[in-house]
Structures are given as C-alpha cells and as structure tokens.
Design a binder for this molecule. Structure first.
Ligand code: KG4
Ligand code: ZN
Length: 338
C-alpha cells in the first residue's frame, strides 16, 4: 500500500498570511488564512512594507494554529512547500525564509511553488484532474488561459496585455468610491443594476486568446466624467453591471473557444476573481451546453489566496522529486512555464 503524503504549505506572496496541511494532494487536513485587508483598506490598495511586516507578525501564529487544527507535529510531515513567486518580494521572503528554516530544522524536503500553479491546483481539492485541461486564471495580478497536458506542465495560450481582470475591478471600484478590494463590491452592485451602458469589449485580433482591460477601465472612467460634467445622474449599479458584463463576455467567450479548440476534458476557474458570482454563473451556463467538457469551480474560500492550494501544487512537485535547496529565494516575476 502507498504511504500517505502530508505536505505543509505556506503562502505569503501578497496580503494573506496562510498555512495548510494537505494529505495526498487532495484532502485538506488544516487550512488557516490570516487576512490583512483591514490594514490596507485605508490606503486603497496593498502597501508592500505593511504587508511584509504583517507576515512577520502572523506567520508563527498561523503555523501553530495549522498544526493545532491538524493535531500533528513536524515529524508527521513529508515536506514543506512555499510560494516562491510571483508576488511582492518582501512578502515572498517571509514565507520563503520560514519554509527554509523549518525544512532545515526538521530535516524535511523543501518545495518552491508558483503562486498561479497553486491557484490552478485549488481545483484538485475539489475534483481529480483529467488532461488535457484548460484553466482560466483571473486574479489581482494575472489573467491567463493556461493549458495543461499533464501534472506540473503549464502552457500559457493567452494572457492580459495590460491590466489583470482583478486590477480592472479594483480600479473601477475606486472611481466609484468603493472600498478596497473592489471586486466583491462591484459584483454585489452589478447584481442590483442593468448593463445598459455601452462599453467596449477588447476581442483583439482574430484567433488571439490574449486579453486587454485597460481600454474598458478608461471607458468607465470617461463615462463617469462625462455624466458628471453634463450633470446627468448615472446609477453606480448600472455602471457596475455594464462593466462586469463586458469583462464576463470576453472571459467566457475566449475560454469556451479555447476549450473547444484544444479539445480539453476539463475547464477550471482559478484566482480571486473566480469568486465573482456573475462570472461563475456565465461559465456554468455556457458549459452546461457542452456535455463532454467538465467545468470545475472552487468554493469561494479556495478562490482567494490560501496555502491549501500551495500544498496541493507542492504535492505534485514532491511526487516528481522536484526539490529546492536552501539557496532558494523569492522570485517576484517568476514565469509559470519555466
Ligand atoms: O487571487 P487573489 O486573492 O490575489 C492575487 O493573487 O492577486 O485575487 C485578488 C483579486 C482582487 O483584485 C479582488 O478585487 C478580486 O480578486 N476579487 C473579485 C471578487 N472577489 C475578489 N473580483 C470580482 N468579483 C469578486 N467577487
Ligand atoms: Zn492569488
């Protein structure tokens, strides 16, 4: 019988300090996330210096809570996995150094995980992967269509040429005077409004799976300014609904087209914007008609940053024998294809 594998994951790439223990890459034994959102809200975005300091304060507490929840000690673990990039360098370094110290002290293998690979593997905590599969990754820093032929292999077939989807949500939210992070607020307002404002959809050239959201963001800002100058009332709910409809139309259309072209068995949704109710509903509607493609959408708690997804992706690297030594660093611009 195969021995069970227990991996401890650590995630500190942005503004959540998180630790988790996963069994065999699929079962969550413990999952703890400490969010710093409250500290960054008054600045309207993540302040890197503040983020690093919070990670330093929280990491030991989060780690202790994770072991406590799992009722385990380090001797029960098989490896330590940590996000090594991309992300804020000061934030990444807190997790990376904690992981290196733990691996050294407890003589455990060290695994470095790509943050986006983690977001993709959050889906494996719901359902076993069937290849080839396509993942729509939509987060605060990334918007990508990633094709996977097997475990640990990632081919980016399309990506944003300017703003990430989450970034566009946050910027539009700011112009509507909504708090950071703006995504959930726009999502909520959109449900109360109608997409009556005509906004652009950046389809780009024929056959491209790339995205662009900066033109849409500028169009929203122009619409608001013009209305203000003409002293016309414009409902924030309708702005939110129109913006969201434009984002969703492009994301779903390109995902469906790529899923058919590459004949994938599964389509996964990943990243913070995967929490968007409108996007989830639109994808569910589209893929309900495509019986041979299975759509997997993680629960909200696994869409935003967490360490369960890092341990899940780390388990595959453990099985492939891909380990790091103590020279591992934090890599802010790490490429998923390498
Ligand atoms: O993946 P994530 O937690 O952090 C990064 O790796 O970037 O994503 C955070 C992003 C933020 O831009 C936030 O506004 C967005 O996800 N977000 C949403 C929703 N919930 C979070 N965007 C749209 N609708 C939501 N419900
Ligand atoms: Zn993330």
């Amino acid at each position: 019988m195969k021995k069970d594998i227990y991996i401890l994951g650590l995630e500190t790439s942005c503004d959540e300090t998180a630790a988790a223990i996963i069994k065999n890459g699929r079962d969550i034994i413990a999952n703890v996330v400490s969010s710093q959102i409250e500290s960054h809200k008054r600045f309207g975005g993540v302040v890197p210096e503040i983020a690093s300091r919070h990670h330093v304060e929280q990491i030991t507490l989060v780690l202790e809570e994770t072991l406590h929840q799992a009722d385990m000690t380090f001797s029960d673990l098989d490896a330590i996995a940590v996000t090594k990039g991309p992300g804020l360098v000061g934030s990444l370094l807190v997790g990376v150094n904690a992981a290196k110290a733990l691996a050294f002290a407890h003589q455990l293998p060290l695994i470095g995980v790509h943050h986006i690979a983690g977001h993709i593997y959050a889906n494996r905590l719901m359902k076993e992967f069937a290849f080839p599969l396509l993942s729509l990754v939509v987060s605060g820093g990334h918007t990508e269509l990633v094709l996977m032929e097997e475990h640990g292999s990632f081919q980016v077939i399309g990506e944003t040429r300017d703003d990430a989807a989450g970034e566009a949500y946050d910027k539009v939210a700011r112009t509507l005077n909504l708090p950071y992070p703006g995504g959930p607020h726009i999502d909520r307002l959109a449900a109360q409004g109608q997409p009556v404002i005509d906004l652009p959809r950046a389809w780009l050239e024929e056959g491209s799976y790339d995205f662009s959201f900066s033109g849409l963001k500028s169009a929203v800002i122009n619409t608001l300014h013009n209305a203000e100058q003409r002293k016309q009332a414009i409902k924030a709910e309708d702005v939110a609904a129109s913006f969201q409809q434009s984002v969703i139309d492009v994301l779903t259309a390109k995902t469906v087209k790529a899923a058919k072209e590459y004949r994938v068995k599964q389509v996964l949704l990943a990243g913070g914007v995967a929490a968007n109710k409108g996007l989830r509903a639109a994808l569910e509607e589209q893929f309900a008609e495509l019986a041979d493609i299975e759509l997997i959408i993680p629960p909200l708690s696994l869409c935003t940053d967490n360490a369960a997804m890092i341990a899940a992706a780390g388990t595959v690297l453990y099985e492939q024998g891909k380990f790091e030594d103590l020279a591992m660093n934090g890599y802010p611009g790490l490429d998923i294809e390498q």
